[in-house]
Design a protein around this ligand. Sequence first.
Ligand code: ARG
Length: 783
Amino acid sequence: MIRAFPSSRVSVYSIPTPHGSEQAAGQESLRIRYCPSYQGRGLCQKYCFFKQMRLCFRRRWFLGILPTFSVTVTVIVLVLHYSFSPAFSFIYIGGSVEIPNLTYTNDLNDPKSQKFLSQAEAIQNYFAELYESSSWGKYYLKSVVAAFSEGECGLRAYYWSTFWAPQDMVTSLKKLPPAEQKEIGSKQATHIFNTSGEEDFDLVTMELFVSDSTEYDVMLKSAVSFDLYTKPGNNRTLTLMNPKKSFYQWRLRVPSNYVVRLVVITLHGVTPESCASHHLSAYDFLLPLQNKIITRWCGPGAWAPPVVRLTSSSNVMLLTFSLDRTEASSILKAHFQAIPKIMCGGHYISWNGTLSSPYYPSYYPPNIDCSWIIRAPLPGYKLSLKILIIQIQEKSPGASKCDKDWLEIDGVRYCKALSENNRNREYGYSVAINFHSDELVTHKGFYIEYKAFSHTDRCKPERLNCGDGKCKHQHKTCKDDDSCDEDSEENNCSYKSCSPYAYKCLNGKCLLKPNPECDGKRDCADGSDEMNCACGRHQLKKNRIVGGEDARSGKWPWQASLQMGVHGHICGASVISNRWLVSAAHCFLDSDSVRYSVPSGWRAYMGLHTLNEKSNRVAMRSIKRIIVHPQYDQSISDYDIALLEMETPVFFSELVQPICLPSTSRVFVYGTVCYVTGWGAIKENSQLAKTLQEARVRIINPSVCNKLYDDLITSRMLCAGNLNGGVDACQGDSGGPLACTGKGNRWYLAGIVSWGEGCARRNRPGVYTKVTALHDWIRQNTN
Ligand code: ARG
């Protein structure tokens, strides 16, 4: 398995000072690892998706207070320009850090509680020590933990650190465009954590913002704070009548798998003249950081609609109300609730329908990307789309295309209101729709209606024109008998064949809903879509001690190692039931000297973390039968799949669990983040890894991949990786899983490691056996 940096070490930069004095950090290096997927909600992994940074490190002295190895840090730098010293100025760095093995409790909601104070102090001391030994140490003043919330796998703390730095340094930082500020922030944090001598940490991305805001100052000196938490099903009310103070803040929190919905019902007394000092602002964070503003109201007409709904991208939101002290007649009434976090995007095959931005008509959350593919149910049909509403953040002045938030239909980006004649368009048989929101400022979003049509078809929509004057139900083919034609009740028909994109229930009914299986909703009348759902979940619990190497053991419990006597590990495989493993057909091709096709030579090891581990938690099974796909074609690696029946059933445990088999209709839209795991070579032509490796890869557009591989990609293959290279499966990973999450937080076996040109080369992604294409064959042979 190859990760993004084949050497697994990259150099770290330090912040350049205006005098050009680079710190000596260039020689130091750190190891970059991939965080697991976001989609495994509650699996302790989500923060990677939110472009935050995960640092896992070891600090012995830290253990006593915060017994942990793993910390997530988001750092945002805010530079405040103060005028009382000509030569020096304050710099604030704000962010959040996640401590996996601590639990959020109610008393941490109260900044005056004993628990809050001691926890905050531990973290503050920790930061002080980190900074003091770093190149920023000479400017460092202090760190303050301002709030806590429930994290993905523990406790999240929101902090800011203050620095007193030379004015010219501050000025030059402020001049940088936001993208570069971000870049510097991440390098700085990397540097800080690396200088602390910590080796084993995970880094994804970081955020940074430099601003002239004085909000920190206001907040620190005079904030009246309300710390609120609510569980799903309750509304918590926020009210403020005739405020006497000049700054109020409400820190809103919900459980970690939820997002905050804020409903502002009444807002009076926000006057036009005083936008700077008098406004209501909502932030997608627990600190008022300028690059986390979801929306702000001030000035005349700012308060047009009677009720506004906002949504956060994670489980916290901050609402601040800044007032002129003279303005005592203001009234604010709002409430907030916990709503489940939704996954946006998907693949729809439908005659007509609607599509909207996430949580529409609530404001969409910041920092989100969704992609949909809509397809007409039958070839020969086209799609027509009508944009009924579009209210999203407009592009920056002077920008040639939408650069902040956008709705993209068939490659064309939209970000402002459309005139009546530009709302309606016709597209081909299928259309790709993408929605992007940046970290700042959100609006109501968009609402689209679509329908499939054909210029030639005189049958009613949803009826198939058979050409002989007959119109049939769409699920039937023209050859089907006539007992169910146009006028008969569709409930009396039993559908003979589903379209390849439709999910087929056990009773034969077809569902047009995408990915209905194991999503927690009963979609088939017979409940068969929710029947085989004891799969695809690891047993790692929240708030367990996750530290050091062993913490990750158990994360991919379906991973098996196929070994052969003296040859040791040969291939990977995935547990799909207590008797069956899935692997790649090419693992069982005989060589001149070794008979790989004979079942008795093989042993399957399950629950392994390191390859030669001996523990009673590891399960070993002999193989009774190997079923290689009858159409396996070794010349082009088509149908590269094999089923292995174990001699005796394996017992599921914390370390051994089956992965879910995706049904034929399940779609893994390209761009989806998945994980490939295995003990394969850590670079081309090198040795096997000792410890199970995971690599974060994205599903690649099949037509792009087919071009890169000169038309070698069949419909039984799927490509995943990173087109820039650097991350991939490699020799020894074959047969192992490419796991992707879906609704219901389960991992699905999307692919089987099959082939690739070299490993991790640029424009040569990994090629996997596409499991959805072989689902029926697997089911037939294992049941
Ligand atoms: N065929 C290889 C094996 O036997 C796996 C190749 C995967 N290669 C890749 N670049 N993804 O282990």
